[in-house]
Design a protein around this ligand. Structure first.
Ligand code: NAD
Ligand code: IPM
Ligand code: MN
Length: 355
């Protein structure tokens, strides 16, 4: 039986990095005799919105729910559709309706890439951000009052549930437990956000009591961002609420040289629904259409997809392939964000050839 993969390129550079992600997945599937059946969809893009007046067809949930995984590019083209409409109408629906409550975002300084941080080399930055992905600050609870008057009020509530918080904490602790350093850092802000965040700290402590081997620390989000820059070697698994995790998962990869390499897995660990794999970056309108986007975030997301489907050796082969290409450092192959003059396609092909 083939693995059924839904392919959704989205907008901007999503459409440019996706073919390279697929090229590399194809190469790995051939080498490891994995049967992958791709089906392509044009929805969840702003072009689809321009034609249909909405981001998704009415039956999107039924259409996608039987797939084994979703391989996504990036969405957003603010010239056509305001970001909150395109994102709430697509990606954020997938995460919520498919209960992908873990957003797993590895952050690793790769061989051959120079960190913007002084005196940091491979091995100094190697951690995961585990981001709560279905609730928290990304809530639709709230509204506007007295609109258009000078008494205008806007409210958007943060919603944290015990069920929703404990399950992502459990995932993060399990991950920390499985890693050699067994260390977990919690992103908090319980000094200033005095209802939800002290409660978050309590839930972390309660879960931590079940993992005596995991060393736990916590930082308020403000100094935590500073410590990502000053002491990235302190971190192993960092667990965070939805918004804090979003911010940390751009900052972390920036410390590893470029957000163009950063992958993510939006996981429904129970397997009730498909999980979704996408780069951390967005549609990058500033470089879209030039063929110079770094495809490694998409390629690495493909490796995470294969690992999720049980093909760890194939996933490892993809990671080894892009590491080898990076270590080689051929400036004709590396994209401009990596200091080269290469194209998206040249880098994608070089990785696929290694496999
Ligand atoms: P962005 O990630 O698209 O771009 C930020 C910067 O990083 C830009 O300078 C861009 O050129 C660069 N960059 C991003 N990916 C790169 C790559 N692969 N190679 C080289 N350089 C790369 O973030 P933004 O500018 O804040 O957002 C642009 C659009 O994308 C918005 O509509 C936003 O809402 C959307 N967005 C979508 C996702 C997603 O689909 N998951 C994530 C973030 C932003
Ligand atoms: C991400 C993105 C999304 C998020 C946006 C585009 C809604 O920034 O996947 O990190 O905030 O989750
Ligand atoms: Mn983000």
């Amino acid at each position: 039986m083939p693995h059924r993969i839904a392919v959704i390129p989205g907008d901007g550079i999503g459409k440019e990095v996706m073919p390279e992600g697929l090229r590399v997945l194809d190469a790995a599937a051939r080498r490891f005799s994995i049967d992958l059946a791709f089906e392509h969809f044009d929805f969840a893009s702003c072009d689809y919105y321009a034609e249909h007046g909405q981001m998704l067809p009415e039956d999107w949930f039924e259409t996608l729910k039987g797939f084994d995984a979703i391989f996504y590019g990036a969405v957003g083209w603010p010239e056509i559709v305001p970001d909150h409409i395109s994102l709430w109408g697509s990606l954020l629906q997938f995460r919520r309706r498919f209960d992908q409550y873990v957003n797993l975002r590895p952050c690793r300084l790769l061989p051959g890439i120079k960190s913007p941080l002084a005196n940091r080399g491979p091995g100094d930055i190697d951690f995961y951000v585990v981001r709560e992905n279905t609730e928290g600050e990304y809530s639709s609870v709230g509204g506007k009052m007295f609109e258009g008057t000078d008494r205008e009020v806007v409210i958007q509530e943060t919603v944290m549930t015990r069920h929703g918080t404990d399950r992502v904490l459990k995932f993060a602790f399990d991950l920390a437990q499985s890693r050699p350093r067994r260390k977990l850092t919690s992103a908090t802000k319980s000094n200033g956000i005095a209802i939800t965040m002290p409660w978050w700290d309590e839930r972390v402590a309660a879960m931590g009591a079940r993992y005596p081997e995991v060393k736990v620390d916590q930082f308020h989000i403000d100094i935590l961002t500073a410590n990502f820059v000053l002491h990235p070697d302190w971190f192993d698994v960092v667990v965070a609420s939805n918004l804090f995790g979003d911010i940390l998962s751009d900052l972390g990869p920036a410390c590893t040289g470029t957000i163009g390499v950063a992958p993510s897995a939006n996981i429904n660990p129970e397997g009730d629904f498909p999980s979704l794999f996408e780069p951390v970056h967005g549609s990058a309108p500033d470089i879209a259409g030039k063929g110079i986007a770094n495809p490694i975030g998409q390629v690495w997301s493909g490796a995470m997809l294969l690992e999720h489907l049980g093909h760890k050796a194939a996933a490892d082969a993809i990671v080894a392939a892009f590491e080898a290409v990076l270590a080689e450092g051929d400036s004709k192959v590396l994209t401009p964000d990596l200091g080269g003059q290469g194209t998206t396609e040249a880098l994608g092909r070089a990785i696929a050839e290694r496999i």
